[in-house]
Write a protein that binds this ligand. Structure first.
Ligand SMILES: Cc1cc2nc3c(=O)[nH]c(=O)nc-3n(C[C@H](O)[C@H](O)[C@H](O)COP(=O)(O)O)c2cc1C
Length: 339
């Protein structure tokens, strides 16, 4: 069983130290576990659209940038490593209350919809039954079946602040990077109060212990399917993603939604007068559930059927926008030689 560790922080920094700690704990708790580590900051990860079968229907195609980009692209190799792995441990610094943008940028161009388990599963089913849906607009699309394999995940967020509010969006953000894969998060921790490279190693901070726990949790669940794998982390209000970020219905309504995964719920008052969110027992909207993912696929397919025939009506208007010119700022990378 292969566990891939992904560090999103500075080289030899706190995220990397905690990742190494988690990987060591995983390897020493199971003889069948092998580990590898990549550091995002040491890779070349351009932010333009990656050559991908899905780039055109998702509107991400930018052929001129692709053709002229002198930047080497490590993203396909990293996606390959992710798809080969049975488990992922992602360790990431908190920047401005959220996970490091480098991880989000990689997700937006290489993970997310490009490795969407519900999309791949739907494509395989439709192709097997001869429905040409994908051939309409994705020539030669070959769904990658590795997306569908059992995969569990451990998440570590590390920040300098000691208070909760400066890390509130970190785990919700990290979960967004893996839910498309339908990979089960089996443990997730926030390590607080570590502002300097190496401060995670100060005794009494508790950082090493938390990272070791994540490593052991992942090793104990690796190889299991989404339903079978057990969540071993701290319990949050939401029974699906186990986090505590809630969107209120507003305007006096008592409805609420888990901001991290989309499960629907209601605010209820318990016997001691405390207001709590109570989430649906069988969610059809939580993006971490299979039903939530399938419903989203059905919804975008339906929207596509309604919108595609209307696209001809906006062609001319869109061309006008394409040609529009505004005041230009000169950037070094766009300077033409000899001018
Ligand atoms: C731009 C920037 C923003 C930061 N924002 C936060 C923050 O919102 N909350 C927090 O707890 N720590 C914040 N930090 C501190 C880092 O998360 C902390 O130093 C972390 O240990 C760095 O991880 P690394 O050593 O793996 O790079 C920030 C650091 C930087 C450079």
């Amino acid at each position: 069983m292969q566990i891939l560790g992904i560090s999103c922080g500075s080289p030899n920094g706190n995220s990397e130290i905690l990742l190494k700690t988690a990987l060591l704990a995983a390897a020493s708790s199971s003889p069948t576990v092998t580990t590898s580590l990549v550091s995002l900051q040491s890779l070349s990860l351009p932010t333009h659209a990656m050559p991908n079968d899905l780039e055109r229907p998702l509107g991400l195609s930018s052929p001129s940038i692709l053709a002229s980009s002198p930047i080497p692209d490590d993203r396909p190799a990293l996606v390959d490593a992710i798809l080969l792995a049975d488990a992922l441990i992602i360790s990431c610094p908190i920047y401005t209350r959220q996970p490091a943008g480098l991880l989000k940028a990689f997700t937006d161009t290489a993970l997310g919809p490009f490795v969407d388990a519900a999309f791949v599963s739907r494509a395989l089913k439709q192709q097997a039954t001869g429905i040409a849906r994908f051939n309409d607009y994705v020539k030669d699309y070959v769904p990658d079946e590795r997306v569908l394999k059992n995969r569990v995940v451990g998440l570590i967020a590390v920040g300098g602040a000691t208070c909760k509010e400066w890390g509130a969006l970190s785990l919700p953000g990290l979960q967004q990077c893996v839910f498309s894969l339908h990979a089960k998060v089996v443990d997730q921790v926030i390590v607080r109060g570590c502002p300097f490279p190496g401060s995670v190693l100060i005794e009494g901070v508790g950082a090493v212990e938390l990272a070791e726990r994540v490593g052991r949790s992942v090793a104990s669940q690796v190889g299991k399917g989404y339903e079978e794998a057990v969540y071993l982390g701290d319990e949050g209000s939401c029974p699906y993603c186990h986090l505590d970020l809630v969107v209120l219905e507003g305007k006096g309504g008592d409805g609420c939604e888990c901001c991290a995964c989309g499960a629907k719920g209601k605010l209820e008052v318990d016997s001691e007068g405390r207001i709590k969110p109570v989430f649906e027992v069988e969610s059809s909207t939580s993006v971490v559930t299979w039903e939530g993912k399938e419903n989203h696929m059905a919804e975008i397919e339906k929207a596509g059927k309604i919108l595609r025939p209307k696209m001809g009506t906006v062609k001319r208007k869109k061309e006008e926008f394409d040609k529009m010119e505004f005041g230009k700022i000169e950037f070094p990378s766009q300077r033409v030689e000899g001018t």
